[in-house]
Ligand binder design. Structure first.
Ligand code: PLP
Length: 458
């Protein structure tokens, strides 16, 4: 018999959370115009809105907060972080930014121009936003298997090499500034990309002389899946796998709020000196001097420790297996979820869960709202609302998948909390046929509308 996994840490400090009644929640969500982003967090019992910046830091990270060097230029905390980024990623140059989208803003300012195309695997919303904001387009080359929520493909974040080559053949290379490979692929459901696929994408990119960049927010979780699922990697350490993955690319943008295990932060790391020099100008303009880039010294120190901790197997095992624990409970209850389970979240398949609600009435949003009303649990819609309107026709873009994401913060909730979430969903699932109508939009922003959108109940 093998011993089960267990968290390689114990709890030193707790944060109080409050239970509320269904009537209270009905009142609060109406006041929030049925947008879960508008809720006061104190009115949420279990917050699975995002795993971004919501994790718990370790005692070692907090110790770094005390020795942070807040000098404007050349701080020792910057040096610490730079050294760690170099050690873990292997990339030569490094620029701190205040979070992931800031890294995108800085790098894309240097690389993306009007009329460009940027192929990738289901670009994250801020990534797509920063591409489209520059009047360029994101082209999704994810494998078809990713869009079937019951397909058990082990690496559903993979890029379809043929789709990618079609793009390379269709456009001159001057119009393809880079390929962006998101690991794990957030928008496809926290699904990993295999090292085989990464090396094939890299090879094709080299053949067509197009740089390859990683959107690396969850690079550690991706490495865990490679270790668990890919032949030849079972005996490699996470740090070895991470190093190999990055060796196939030219650079990365990072949201440190994910696998950096900090609450705020990001960076760019890359090998090309010319691009680094150009990005430096935008970093100073948008973020701050190059040795802090919008981050406090203490936060850079905590991030350096976080990167070391997130690339440890025992941590990753307890992290990713907690997600699977929730997923397996839901499967046991018959609740339709995307499989295999992602690394940071469980995705409810709203097309299968509430097909009785018309697509035009935003069924995934309706399901996310029901989860809050019934259990005080906050998830997020990953469907039509998130997909935004077509930039040209301004019509709603209906994606193949209508999902509700339950993102689990790192080192924050126990498996008892996961049991509570599963039980709430079971209750909703048992009465799902009563759900007939959804919501209509009364207010929305032209881009990245999901954050501020307002609805009325139909
Ligand atoms: C979170 C995230 C980003 C953006 O990072 P922020 O820190 O939220 O600005 C970009 N790409 C992916 C894949 C992400 O998950």
């Amino acid at each position: 018999m093998e011993l089960p996994y267990a968290e390689p840490y114990k709890i030193k400090m707790i944060e109080h959370i409050k239970r509320s009644t269904k009537n209270q929640r009905l009142k609060w969500i109406k006041k929030a115009h049925y947008n879960l982003f508008n809720l006061a967090s104190e009115n949420v019992f279990i917050d699975l809105l995002t795993d971004s910046g919501t994790g718990a830091m370790s005692d070692r990270q907090w110790a770094e907060m005390m020795v942070g060097d807040e000098s404007y230029a050349g701080s020792s905390s910057f040096k610490k972080l730079k050294k760690t980024v170099r050690k873990i990623t292997g990339f030569k140059y490094f620029l701190p930014t205040h979070q992931g989208r800031a890294a995108e803003n800085v790098l894309f300012s240097a690389m993306v121009k009007e009329g460009d195309v940027v192929p990738g695997n289901s670009h994250f919303d801020t990534t797509k936003g920063h591409i489209e904001f520059r009047k360029a387009s994101a082209i999704d080359c994810t494998i078809d298997e990713a869009f079937d929520t019951s397909n058990m493909h082990p690496f559903k974040g993979n890029i379809d090499i043929n789709k990618l080559e079609v793009v390379f053949k269709k456009y001159p290379k001057e119009r393809i500034p880079f390929v962006i490979l998101t690991i794990t692929c957030n928008s496809a459901g926290g699904q990993p990309v295999s090292i085989k696929n990464i090396s094939e994408v890299s090879k094709l990119c080299k053949q067509y002389d197009i740089p390859l960049y990683f959107d690396a927010a969850r690079f550690s979780e991706n490495a865990y899946f490679i270790k668990k699922r890919e032949v030849g990697y079972e005996n490699k350490t996470i740090k070895e796998i991470v190093k190999e993955v990055f060796s196939y690319g030219d650079g990365m943008t990072m949201s440190a709020k994910k696998d950096g295990l900090v609450n705020m932060g990001g960076f760019i790391a890359l090998n090309n000196k010319k691009v680094y020099k150009e990005a430096t100008v935008f970093n100073i303009m948008f973020e701050g001097f190059i040795t802090y880039g919008g981050m406090n010294g203490r936060d850079m120190g905590a991030l350096a420790v976080g990167l070391e901790e997130s690339t440890e197997f025992n941590y990753l095992e307890s992290r990713v297996e907690q997600i699977a624990y929730l997923g397996e409970k839901l499967v046991e209850y018959g609740v339709p979820v995307q499989q295999p389970f992602g690394g940071h979240a469980i995705f409810l398949d709203a097309n299968k869960f509430v097909p009785t609600i018309p697509r035009e009435e935003f069924r995934a949003q309706a399901l996310a709202l029901e989860l809050y009303v019934v259990g005080g649990i906050r998830g997020v819609e990953i469907g039509t609302i998130l997909a935004d309107r077509d930039p040209i026709t301004r019509e709603n873009r209906y994606p193949e998948l209508e999902l509700v994401r339950l993102a689990v913060p790192r080192r924050t909730y126990t498996n008892n909390h996961m049991d509570y979430v599963a039980a709430t969903l079971k209750m909703i699932y048992n009465t799902r046929e009563e759900a007939k109508s959804g919501y209509k939009i009364i207010n929305e922003a032209p881009i990245m509308r999901h954050f501020t959108i307002e609805f009325d109940k139909i």
